[in-house]
Design a protein around this ligand. Structure first.
Ligand code: COA
Length: 531
């Protein structure tokens, strides 16, 4: 057993500069996340409060256990798009009556809580998390339905929202829908497809078509209450299982439903938890300001795992990738962490063996990414870098134990894939604010484009315009740099959130606990390994 020490010196100028730079990035992210917290802005939040209604986050706060955790997911969804940051919905994992639940709450202060294309993506991601980790789903509903101007992008794919709810139910994962206001048209199927429904007297309006639409369609005169009020649904249609007197009562009833789920987690329970020996605060001074400079992931592990204990596997082989066993918040995990950026054949083979070992003993895996990808060049191609990289990607793809991924720095090229990037379905993926991800670095990408254009000109016998080339490179470098940033990637739901490095242990602990709601079982087969 090895207890990790540290070589990090918090008195150096480098440490201070790294810390300052990362704090600056965190402040920038806070400002962006504040936009999501502000919802539709003061005008709409005040109007909402004046109507005697709670905001989405206030509803969640009342729903979860007092002083219990709430891990918000995708708070920067829609960042950098035409839609408001946060995508008019709040999603996350919260503990209700001691049960970890996936909570989805519409934000009615943003365009009436209507669903735009990013709302859908964020909700689908939340549903996937619920399904993969066996988490009961609580929907806090108040929405104007489809965002009408963008209906062409949401109407067809939007059907998945209801499909997901019923598939969760079929998988034995309970779904609860608490309706605080409007749930019109498609929105009416959220309670319609849920196992349990709660509606608020005088507030819930659940109908396929409101009075104007009914008038247009059939000529019938009607009103909100007779078409879709809580009392009508509670006593006549049967769509409401519980009718609450007000919002707080609705939340009380929702908590009672969870308390009566008779819910049992299927994964092994956590063992005794021990804090790391080294201060997680120091992670801020560890990450170099220049993303091209690698750092020793053992310094991260010393601040991440229980008792700073790490049993390294194959420490002298394929040393650009650190692999080994540890516990995190009492849960055993296998860790793969990039040490020096590039992955060679040895690293790929070591990773493949390690992933198989974790599957053989039903142990979840944590990938700590800081990679510029697999090594290129004649020597490495001849040494079989493609087949070795493919071997590692095969193992990651077919591994069945839960994966967690944290992008600590660079995530470029197929290294993103081998180290379990988004496309490889990690149960959760978080990014540090300094992280960057793209097919390759901006300078390299612009340089490749320039070489290709130069060769094309030469093939046609034309002169190459150097001035145009320099301008093109500058524009492309700027664009790729912008598209590689953490906020941009998080805005597109390529992660589940950008986190403060100091919160990594807490966030991963919450995720591991949620993951253990389901069974943990390793793979019994892989694709054909090319040897
Ligand atoms: N698509 C796009 N924008 C919508 C919207 C929707 N479905 N629903 C509401 N909005 C916008 C409104 O245009 C308004 O924008 P503005 O303030 O810039 O003018 C803003 O959201 C707030 O709407 P408002 O009507 O003032 O809020 P409200 O709380 O009084 O009422 C609703 C909310 C949802 C009851 C009401 O807006 C409504 O009935 N919307 C249409 C519902 C519908 O039929 N949806 C189609 C379902 S498929």
């Amino acid at each position: 057993m090895t207890t990790l020490g540290t070589g990090l010196d918090s008195r150096t100028a480098e440490y201070r500069a790294n810390r300052e730079a990362l704090l600056g990035k965190l402040a920038e992210l806070d400002a962006e996340q504040a936009k999501a917290l502000a919802g539709g802005g003061p005008k709409y939040t005040e109007r909402h409060h004046k109507r005697g209604k709670l905001l989405a986050r206030e509803r969640i706060e009342l729903l979860v256990d007092q002083d219990g955790p709430f891990l918000e997911l995708s708070p920067l969804a829609a960042w950098g798009t035409e839609f408001p940051v946060g995508a008019s919905v709040v999603t996350g994992i919260g503990v209700v009556e001691g049960v970890e639940c996936l909570i989805v709450a519409n934000d009615p202060t943003v365009r009436g809580g209507a669903s735009n294309p990013w709302t859908l993506r964020k909700t689908f991601r939340a549903n996937d998390i619920a399904m993969q980790n066996r988490l009961p789903v609580i929907s806090l509903v108040e929405s104007g339905g489809a965002d009408l101007p963008s209906q062409s992008e949401i109407f067809i794919p939007g059907g998945r929202a209801f499909r997901d709810l019923t598939r969760l139910s079929a998988a034995g994962i309970p779904t609860i829908s608490t309706v605080f206001g409007n749930a019109t048209a498609g929105g009416a199927y959220v309670p319609g497809m849920s196992d349990y429904t709660v509606m608020v007297d005088g507030r819930s309006k659940v109908f396929l078509g409101g009075p104007p639409l009914v008038k247009m369609a059939t000529g019938e005169e009607s009103d909100d209450e007779s078409l879709g009020g809580a009392r009508m649904h509670g006593s006549t249609s049967g769509l409401a299982d519980y009718v609450a007197t007000d919002e707080v009562d609705a939340i009380r009833l929702t908590r009672r439903i969870v308390a009566r789920l008779n819910w049992r987690k299927l994964g092994p329970a956590a063992q005794a938890v021990e804090d790391p020996l080294h201060d997680e605060e120091e992670l801020l001074g560890l990450v170099p300001t220049d993303p091209r400079i690698p750092f020793d992931p053992r310094e991260v592990l010393a601040r991440l795992v229980d008792g700073s204990r790490f049993d390294e596997f194959k420490p002298d082989y394929g040393t650009s990738l650190v692999t080994g066993w540890a516990d995190l918040h009492g849960y055993p995990i296998g860790i793969l962490a990039n040490a020096r950026g590039v992955l060679f054949s040895e690293e790929a083979q070591k990773a493949t063996q390690f992933i198989q070992l974790a599957n053989a003993k039903d142990t979840p895996l944590l990938f700590l990414q800081n990679t510029t990808g697999y090594m290129v060049g004649a020597q490495y191609e001849q040494g079989g870098i493609i087949k070795h990289g493919a071997m590692m990607i095969n193992a990651v793809s077919n591994s069945k134990v839960p994966h967690l991924t944290v992008v600590m720095g660079a995530s470029y090229g197929a290294g993103n894939y081998g180290m379990c990037g988004r496309a490889y379905d990690p149960r959760f993926l978080f990014t540090w604010p300094n992280a960057k991800s793209a097919v390759m670095g901006p300078v390299q990408l612009a340089g490749v484009l320039s070489i290709v254009a130069r060769q094309a000109a030469a093939a046609k016998g034309q002169d190459y315009d150097e001035e145009h080339d320099a301008a093109m490179r500058q524009v492309v470098e700027g664009q790729i740099e912008q598209q590689s940033l953490a906020a941009f990637l998080s805005g597109r739901l390529y992660d589940d959130g950008v986190i403060d490095p100091r919160d990594t242990r807490t966030v991963l602990g919450l995720c591991l606990s949620a993951i253990h709601s389901g069974q943990i079982k390793g793979a019994e087969g892989y694709g054909v390994f090319r040897m």
